[in-house]
Design a protein around this ligand. Sequence first.
Ligand SMILES: Cc1cc2nc3c(=O)[nH]c(=O)nc-3n(C[C@H](O)[C@H](O)[C@H](O)COP(=O)(O)OP(=O)(O)OC[C@H]3O[C@@H](n4cnc5c(N)ncnc54)[C@H](O)[C@@H]3O)c2cc1C
Length: 388
Amino acid sequence: MDHPSPTEPHAEIREEVRKLCARFPGEYWRRLDAQRAYPSEFVAALTEAGYLSVLIPEEYGGAGLGLSAASAILETIHREGCNGAACHAQMYTMGTVLRHGTVAQKERYLPEIAAGRLRLQAFGVTEPTSGTDTGALRTTARREGDRYIVNGQKVWTSRAEHSDLMLLLARTSPREAGGKKTDGLSVFLVDMREVLGHGLTIRPIRTMMNHNSCEVFFDNMAIPAEALIGEAGKGFRYILDGMNAERLLIASECIGDAKWFTARAVAYANERRVFDRPIGQNQGVQFPIARAYAQMRAAELLVRAGCAKFEAGEACGEEANMAKLLAADAAWAAAEACVQTHGGFGFAEEYDVERKFRETRLYQVAPISTNLILSYIAEHVLGLPRSY
Ligand SMILES: Cc1cc2nc3c(=O)[nH]c(=O)nc-3n(C[C@H](O)[C@H](O)[C@H](O)COP(=O)(O)OP(=O)(O)OC[C@H]3O[C@@H](n4cnc5c(N)ncnc54)[C@H](O)[C@@H]3O)c2cc1C
C-alpha cells in the first residue's frame, strides 16, 4: 500500500513522480497552508520534469501521452501527500485549445505551455449568481471591431494569480427564445498579463484549505478578437468536451487521497497501543478503514475504465461521472476513518491528517457537486426525467 506497485499502469511514471514528491514533505505543505501560499517550487519541479505537459502532443513540445498517464501522475501526487490542485487545470483546459483552437493559436500557445514559459491554470466559468446553472451566466463579451469588450464577474477562479492565461466562458449573444440556455456562450483564451490592471481585477478568497481561488472582475476589459476559441456561440459544447477528462483526473486525485489516508490510518492503527494492544486489533477501528479501501478499489477500476474509453475516443460520460462520484466518496470515507483512527492526533497539524481532510472535502462540491453527478446519471444513463 505504501508505494506504487510495479504492476500498476504507468508504473515507471508513478515511481518517478513519487521520488519528486519526496522532495516536498508534509512540513512544506503545512507551511504553505498556514500562509495560504502557492507551491511555486513544487509546480516548477513538475513543470521542469515535463509532467504538466504529458497530454500536449509531441509536435507542440509535449509528451503526447494519454489520459491514463496524466491520471497516474495526479494520483501519485496525492498518494504521496502532496496536492495537484495548484496546477492540474493545465492538463484539462489545454484540451479545449487543442481540439477547438486554430492552427495559429495552437502554434502560438501550446509549445510555450509545454516548455513551462506560459501557464494556463485559470478556468473562468462559475459566477456568483449563476452557480451550477452555467447557462445563466452573466459575463458578456461584446464584439467591437477587432476586439471583444468583456464585462462581468467570475468567482472561484482558482490559481488566477498564478496563471498567465485564462480560459474564459462568456456570453456573446443573448439567449434566443426557444433555444438552449447554453447557446450564445463563447470561450476565450485571455492573456491576463495584457489586461491585468486594465479592465481585469483579481481578488483572492481565503478558504478552509489552501487553494488560491479568486474573484475575478471584468470592467470593459478589451481582448483581441483572435482570443476567441472556435466558433462564437458554441463555447459551452467546447467546455463540455473537456469535462470528462477533468472528472477522470479529479477522480484520480481522490484515489490518491484515499490511498494516502488509508496508508496513514493503517500505520497508526498498527503502532498505537491502548489497553496493551494495537488499536488496529479492534474491529471497530479496522472496519471503517477496510470499507473505505474497498470503496477506493472499486472507484479505481472505474477511473481506469473511463481513461481507457477516453483514450479510445469512445463516449465516457457515464464512467467519468461515476468515477468522480465514487472516488470522491471513497476519499471522504478514508479521510473520516483516518481522523477517527488517529483520535486526538487527527486534529494536530503536524500529522497532516487534518490538512488533507480539509483538502479532500472539496471534491464533494467542486468541480461538480455530488448532486449534479447523480442528476447526470439519473437523466443521461438511466433515462429518468430531467429534474432541473
Ligand atoms: C475551492 C474551489 C475552487 C474552485 N475552482 C473553480 C475554478 O477554477 N473555476 C470555476 O469556474 N469554478 C471553480 N469552482 C466552482 C465550483 O465548480 C462550484 O462551486 C460548484 O460547481 C458548485 O457551484 P456553486 O458553488 O455555485 O453551488 P450552487 O450551484 O449554488 O449549489 C449549491 C448546492 O446546491 C446543490 N444544487 C444546486 N442545484 C441543484 C439541483 N438542481 N439538484 C440538486 N442539487 C442542486 C448543489 O449540489 C450544491 O450542493 C471552485 C469552487 C471551489 C469551492
